[in-house]
Design a protein around this ligand. Structure first.
Ligand SMILES: [Zn+2]
Length: 376
């Protein structure tokens, strides 16, 4: 599409100029082309497209007929990263007093995009907000506003916009994650009451919000409220058992602190019976070995090696094995040190730490621990 636009630009400029000349003179179109057009074409042939475009744009009057060309050119400039040119073109369009209102709204929407890409968030926000009164633009403008608020980490505004979007589109929005973001901020400030309120809001909005449970449990752990921490940590299993690995060490510490390690052993055994796809990371296997015995740990790792062969399961097996394989064990440990543990289900971004908001595609809650030979 972009390539076609580039190709058609001189043609559009020529036809626009000829139509303009015709309208001005009200007499037959001259067969002579403007010197400016020839100059532009010359730049084009010399592969100086920026200079050529400047001339061609001046040649085509912005009106209802040439609107699409100008709009598309602006978008093209923005995609090339030349946002100032894009802003200039789209601002030119909305200046036309006779422009059809629907076309004007379309140009405004693109202009707001330009501002957003240029980092002029206040201006982008104003334009998107103004478009909210136009029914067709409610969902697209709210979606863009949400992106701005996420980028600016304005969680209160993000929550309000996401609530409206959820109502209008019927889609699930990551509102619970925004409450968690706020909770993390208040936690840093030491405002425990506010953190607890926000965690509750997150869970009311999304009872399956693992992150809210982990924040709640970690806060309780900080305050030595081990029983409360156990309740919150164990909730993670019901919300999404793939995150058990994130909490098992801390849960072990909580049971240890209240002197009920036997209950932890019962829970650990139940977890192993219930789920097959738990990542056999070394710390987890170590806990199984300590709490349930070496044979249980070997059984667990052997099963994982057969069902989902991975460096992690092989390494865990070597750690448990009595044979002298230190060199192999250390080599695999080194290999694992350079490997990502988490992968975004949406875009494939990998990382060694868990991100609730994918740094690449900006989706929420899409990163999960990697299973199988390529990952853990
Ligand atoms: Zn992603």
């Amino acid at each position: 599409m972009s390539f076609l636009l580039w190709l058609l630009l001189p043609v559009a400029a020529a036809s626009g100029w000829l139509v303009a000349q015709h309208q001005k003179r009200r007499k037959p179109i001259s067969s002579h082309l403007s010197p400016d057009y020839l100059k532009g074409l010359n730049y084009w042939l010399r592969e100086e497209p920026d200079k050529a475009i400047d001339i061609f744009i001046k040649l085509i009057d912005v009106n209802n007929e040439t609107f699409e060309t100008h709009l598309a050119l602006g978008v093209l400039f923005r995609r090339r990263g030349e946002v100032n040119q894009a802003i200039h073109i789209h601002q030119n369009i909305i200046k036309i007093p006779t422009l059809d209102p629907q076309k004007r709204n379309l140009a405004l929407f693109e202009l707001a995009h330009d501002y957003q890409n240029a980092g002029l968030f206040d201006r982008a926000e104003d334009v998107f907000k103004n478009l909210l009164i136009v029914e067709n633009y409610q969902i697209p403008a709210l979606s863009q506003l949400l992106k701005i608020y996420e980028q600016e980490q304005e969680w209160e505004k993000a929550i309000k916009v996401a609530q409206k979007l959820a109502k209008l589109s019927g889609k699930k929005m990551p509102i619970a994650q925004y409450y968690c973001e706020q909770a993390e901020n208040y936690r840093e400030q030491g405002n425990t009451n506010r953190v607890q309120q926000l965690i509750q809001k997150a869970l009311d909005t999304d009872p399956f919000c693992v992150r809210a449970s982990i924040i709640e449990a970690s806060l309780a752990l900080e305050n030595n409220d081990y029983r409360q921490a156990i309740v919150a940590f164990k909730r993670v299993e019901k919300q999404d058992h793939k995150y058990i690995i994130e909490i098992i060490d801390d849960l072990h510490d909580c049971y240890h602190a209240i002197g009920q390690i036997d209950q932890f052993q019962v829970y650990l055994q139940a977890i192993l019976n219930r789920y097959d796809e738990i990542t056999p990371i070394l710390s987890f296997v170590k806990i199984i070995q300590q709490q349930l015995g070496r044979q249980q740990a070997i059984d667990f790792v052997s099963k994982q090696m057969l069902e989902r062969p991975s460096l992690c399961s092989i390494n865990s097996f070597l750690a448990l094995s009595k044979a002298d394989n230190t060199l192999l064990h250390n080599t695999i440990t080194q290999l694992l040190n350079n490997k990502a543990f988490y992968k975004c289900n949406n875009c494939g971004f990998t990382a060694r730490k868990l991100y609730w908001h994918c740094p690449s595609c900006k989706k929420w809650n899409t990163m999960k621990s990697i299973q199988g030979i390529d990952g853990d």
